[in-house]
Design a protein around this ligand. Structure first.
Ligand code: TXA
Ligand code: MG
Length: 377
């Protein structure tokens, strides 16, 4: 316990929830008010002193430090137990901050994407400026950058004048945090301050896009779908779907991810030998939780209510809903003493569904990834 971790809100907490996230991010009046809020000033001062602060973004909460200060960045890795070879995403509030981070002129494709999707959940890989410490990029010659769309982190960036390196603010390997209390549960005592900006709008992380080769490649699917990027640019965007390939391209991919402590299984209604039926049989002597779509027919009549928790909490028509709820559900069920195993219905991989299923499969396969020291992306 190095710190007494505090959770603080600004006076403008209510304004984060109700409007569209893009509009909020561009609301300069709100940003100016936030910049003078005591909680924002405190966060900015800590960051300038080389400390680590957890901040909300529109995707998940991030664990931020000055991207140009190697000692500060090392504290991020220490606080979350992150493997040293997993590079960080740098967060900026204005395009002018790109110059200090990137080595060459911004490619035309990047310019277009920035105009269209920033602020928002799109991370772009650039050639790295030699000023950026090796700790931030984990020794790579490239640097991942994004402009988040939560007004609170944007205000902290502007107030501090820094570019902020920030991975998700969870203990390595655990589900990413989408609420301030998730961060507290993982990092209490490890960091001085968590700014509470409410529940995250997207609930899954940003899309990591590599534009440097002949083909546009998504290294990690996220808040902005491949289809959206592809339609906008009129170009195919491929997914580094082969896990072996992903492991090489995006160093973080080789580690355990997003995983609850309990066993997680996926099911769908096309399988002949249904994982769900097996689960329902198991539920006679094991306590299980099933996360399913609202319309799904699951016959639990024969089972005792004590052994089964059926959560019909999303719809296939709106994958955004499961994206928003997923990590919170996994964390809640992990903490629930009346649950031993978790089953989750698969979602179609259209739109943000691709990112949701990527997280679910990785969380379900966590045992295959685990290794001493854990890790995460
Ligand atoms: O939405 C998000 O992206 C959140 C919020 C806090 O911004 N951040 C986040 O960071 O998810 P993290 O560290 O949990 O995941 C970053 C991913 C990892 O898979 C990492 O390996 C990859 O991006 N990455 C970072 N820099 C890279 C680079 N230069 N080349 C390839 N992959 C990179
Ligand atoms: Mg992460």
């Amino acid at each position: 316990m190095q710190f007494k971790t505090e959770i603080k809100k600004t006076k403008y907490q209510n304004e984060f929830q109700f409007k569209s996230i893009e509009k909020l991010a561009l609301d300069s009046t709100l940003r100016d008010k936030l910049k003078n809020d005591p909680a924002v000033i405190e966060a900015a001062e800590l960051l300038k002193k080389g400390e680590v602060v957890a901040l909300p973004t529109e995707t998940v909460y991030g664990l931020a430090a000055d991207a140009m200060n190697p000692e500060a960045v090392k504290k991020i890795f220490k606080a979350k137990g992150r493997p040293q070879d997993n590079p960080l995403i740098v967060h900026i509030a204005d395009k002018s901050q790109l110059k200090q981070l990137t080595a060459v002129k911004i490619p035309a494709t990047a310019k277009k994407l920035i105009e269209k999707f920033w602020p928002g959940p799109l991370t772009i890989i650039f050639s790295k400026n030699s000023n950026v410490p090796a700790e931030t990029s984990a020794g790579l010659q490239t640097i991942a950058v994004r402009m988040p769309a939560h007004p609170l982190i944007l205000a902290v960036i502007e107030r501090s004048g820094l570019a902020l390196a920030a991975p998700s603010a969870n203990t390595s390997g655990f589900p990413s945090p989408t609420r301030a209390e998730h961060v507290y549960n993982d990092l209490n005592g490890e960091i001085p301050l968590i700014l509470d900006g409410g529940s995250c709008h997207f609930g899954v992380e940003s899309t990591v896009l590599d534009i440097r080769g002949d083909q546009l490649r998504v290294l990690r699917p996220g808040g902005i779908s491949r289809g959206k990027i592809s339609r906008f640019l009129g170009e195919e965007v491929i997914l580094a779907a082969d896990l072996k390939e992903e492991r090489v391209l995006s160093p973080g991919m080789k580690y355990r991810h997003y995983a609850p402590q309990k066993k997680l299984y996926t099911f769908n209604f096309d399988d002949k030998i249904s994982v769900l039926n097996l689960a329902l049989k198991k539920a006679k002597n094991k306590k299980i939780a099933i996360i399913a779509a609202r319309g799904s027919k699951i016959d639990t009549k024969k089972l005792s209510d004590n052994n089964i928790k059926l959560l019909k909490v999303f719809s296939h028509a709106e994958p955004e809903e499961l994206a928003r709820k997923l990590f919170d559900l996994l964390r809640k069920l992990d903490a629930d003493q009346n649950v031993e195993e978790i089953y989750i219905e698969e979602l179609d991989t259209a739109g943000i569904g691709e990112a949701v299923m990527n997280r679910i499969y990785k969380a379900a396969a966590a045992d295959d990834y685990s290794q001493p020291g854990g890790g995460d992306n």
